[in-house]
Design a protein around this ligand. Structure first.
Ligand SMILES: Cc1cc2nc3c(=O)[nH]c(=O)nc-3n(C[C@H](O)[C@H](O)[C@H](O)COP(=O)(O)OP(=O)(O)OC[C@H]3O[C@@H](n4cnc5c(N)ncnc54)[C@H](O)[C@@H]3O)c2cc1C
Length: 179
């Protein structure tokens, strides 16, 4: 479930066991969160809920009446064109290799990394570093494209067009569906 306006909103998942996981999205500089004492659950809930003053009580209750203390999940990213010099015998796949915005493709990317790495090893059975280098060359280029796409996705969902950007995408309407 999404409830969005530009730069803030709710993203919830209904899990097994009648549990609702709630992500409260607030697009703010890290310093804004420095002023909140997350070890004090009650004041943190009140501070975050205050950002949604006037929203539907059912939504604000996802913060105020939560069973567990709020956890700060900052988003860290490296430059879109991030890459590293090859280190013999070592490489990265999945989230460890793609430190970027959460564009919704992380699991797909991790599986593709694993499959392409396996293909590279099969193609270079006697030279593991040739395999790792071949994998990295292809993966770095794909990772940059994926990072740029993640920016576009985040902007579509949480940016100035919220909530119509996501609604249009899901409905297959307007220009967002074609991008
Ligand atoms: C709320 C949410 C929604 C998402 N939705 C989507 C989606 O719709 N589509 C999509 O494609 N992706 C989605 N993702 C992203 C996706 O879950 C990740 O990109 C993906 O799980 C990354 O896989 P991974 O194997 O690289 O890392 P992980 O799945 O994080 O696996 C790493 C594993 O390493 C273990 N580990 C860590 N440290 C150690 C250690 N020292 N020793 C041993 N084990 C260790 C961890 O316990 C974990 O099991 C979502 C993520 C979140 C949080």
């Amino acid at each position: 479930m999404y409830a969005l306006i530009p730069g803030k909103g709710f993203l919830t998942h209904r899990e097994a066991g009648e549990i609702i996981h709630t992500y409260v999205i607030l697009s703010r500089p890290v310093s804004w969160f420095d002023d909140i004492d997350f070890s004090d659950a009650a004041s943190t809930k009140a501070r975050i809920a205050a950002e949604f003053d006037g929203w539907a009580p059912e939504l604000v209750a996802l913060i105020a009446d939560a069973d567990t203390p709020p956890v700060l999940r900052s988003i860290y990213k490296l430059p879109d064109d991030h890459r590293w010099p090859h280190t013999p015998g070592v490489t990265l796949i999945g989230d460890a290799a793609h430190v970027t915005l959460p564009g919704g493709e992380g699991a797909n990317t991790a599986m593709l990394d694993g499959a392409e790495l396996a293909e590279a090893i099969v193609a270079h059975p006697d030279d593991i570093d040739a395999a790792l280098t071949a994998y990295e060359e292809v993966m770095f280029a794909r990772a940059e494209e994926e990072a740029v796409a993640a920016h576009e996705t985040i902007d579509l969902i949480f940016g100035a067009r919220a909530p119509e950007g996501l609604a249009n995408l899901l409905n297959g309407t307007a220009e967002d569906a074609a991008s």
